[in-house]
Ligand binder design. Structure first.
Ligand code: LLP
Length: 421
């Protein structure tokens, strides 16, 4: 069951609510609309897949950092994956157990590492200087830090180069040839560092689970090697990266169960606790970005649908050429001509588009148009370019009512940055 569905007469529903009615009743536009029950279902899919394994689901907060969503995922049993001190602070605010949080990143700041050490979150070691900073942070905090080595397994995830991270020219992680240096460095800091595991993250939008299996085989070999040197390590962290069906083409994509099943035996054979770091696959398909059509125009040979949303609120199409499915939320007038359109926003850039070459019925002015699968890396990557203010977020609750879960930013919010200068 999926939260967004189209009725036979062409109306889009979210958990039984007509999206058109929501659009008509909300003042601010555009907006993000989530389904809380869908978040629950996505999380359940991971929990079911992980049954029988010792595991931590570390939700990658960068995908979506709405506090209400974080609290919900925490209640569902997730830990959190953090890439900045502010994400760590927000995770603490959302009530996550710090002992189920992992601090990742190639440029972690000393002050953030100190907070991580104080709170006793797991820290991934990314480089020589990162290790040095973690040692310093441990001394400042007066606490030993549980660390995992982020090893770059050099596996090609077969995705857009901007979201590939586990190949040899990536800025993330340590090269396996340097493994011994890191093991020796950990050994020489017995009061500051405790090595508890190994981590890798291959990339994002991965749609072939064999890639995870290949990486897990390599990682387990490293773990054997590390254990052979007397380290008692318990954690294998295989990162996040599972893709979703952005194309709505009906293609069968791997599920969390498929992903976990490719590594299950390996994890059990070494008596490991498995950490996974899903972002997109937990949250992307729980949300639509809801727009109004401002107008329709044709220039040269191109037809455009101009909407109120833009690359400022949703940058994935502009930045990665990403496809996100677009449709109208209500049936068009019966005489509406079907054409091929670029769906664009009002931002002063030719890169400002939400979709290219989409076959759609010509929408009337004011019609509702949604961009699907907008729960991950959309709001969290939104900007205020052209002084467009970040949009509000709503979700449909378990009882079918709708709540606002984030206020819209206002023009006055922006003026505040200049007060008292
Ligand atoms: N763990 C690490 C170390 C990561 O770098 C990432 C994502 C994740 C977990 C979560 O990956 P996921 O399960 O969400 O694929 N902005 C891009 C995606 C960037 C992903 C960065 N790292 C996009 O919009 O497609």
């Amino acid at each position: 069951k999926h939260c967004f569905s189209k009725s036979d007469d062409g109306h889009l529903y979210c958990e039984g609510l007509k999206v058109q009615e929501l659009l008509d009743s909300f003042e601010q536009r555009p907006f993000y609309l989530y389904s809380k029950p869908q978040i629950t279902r996505n999380c359940e899919a991971y929990r079911e897949a992980l049954q029988g394994l010792s595991s931590i689901i570390g939700y990658a907060i960068k995908a979506n950092n709405n506090l209400k969503i974080l609290e919900h995922l925490r209640r569902l049993g997730c830990g959190a994956v953090l890439v900045s001190g502010n994400e760590l602070k927000l995770a603490l605010r959302a009530g996550f157990d710090p002992k189920r949080c992992i601090f990742n990143g190639n440029g972690k700041l000393l002050e953030d590492l100190v907070l991580a050490a104080e709170e006793e979150v797991f820290v991934n070691v990314d480089s020589e200087f990162d290790l040095e900073n973690i040692v310093t942070a441990s001394r400042i905090a007066g606490k030993k830090v549980n660390v995992l080595l982020r090893i770059n397994p050099d596996v090609d995830p077969q995705v857009h180069p901007y979201v590939a991270t586990g190949n040899k020219n990536s800025k993330f992680g340590i090269r396996n040839e340097k493994l011994q240096w890191f093991l020796d460095a950990v050994k020489s800091h017995p009061n500051e560092l405790k090595l508890v595991g190994a981590h890798c993250h291959l990339g994002s939008t991965i749609t072939k689970v064999d890639i995870f299996k290949d990486a897990a085989v390599l990682m387990v070999n490293y773990i054997d090697e590390i254990r052979a040197q007397g380290f008692e390590i318990d954690y294998l962290n295989i990162g996040g990266g599972l893709g979703i069906d952005y194309h709505h083409s009906g293609a069968i994509l791997p599920t969390p169960m498929d992903l976990i099943n490719t590594v299950r035996k390996l994890v059990i054979s070494r008596n490991l606790t498995l950490i996974i770091e899903p972002g997109r696959s937990l949250i992307a398909n729980t949300c639509c970005f809801v727009n109004h059509v401002t107008g329709v125009k044709t220039n040269g040979t191109k037809n455009f649908i101009v909407v109120d949303g833009s690359m400022a609120e949703l940058i994935r199409p502009s930045l990665y050429g990403a496809y996100q499915h677009i449709e109208l939320i209500s049936p068009p007038p019966s005489d509406a001509e079907v054409s091929v359109f670029d769906v664009v926003g009002p931002v002063c850039e030719s890169a400002d588009f939400l979709g290219k070459d989409r076959e759609l019925p010509t929408p009337p002015k004011g019609a509702g148009l949604v961009v699907h699968d907008a729960g991950a890396y959309c709001m969290s990557m939104a900007s205020t370019y052209n002084l467009k203010m970040r949009p509000p977020e709503y979700w449909v609750e378990d009882d079918g009512s709708v709540s606002k879960i984030r206020h819209a930013e206002t023009f006055e919010d922006n003026l505040r940055f200049f007060e008292g200068l």
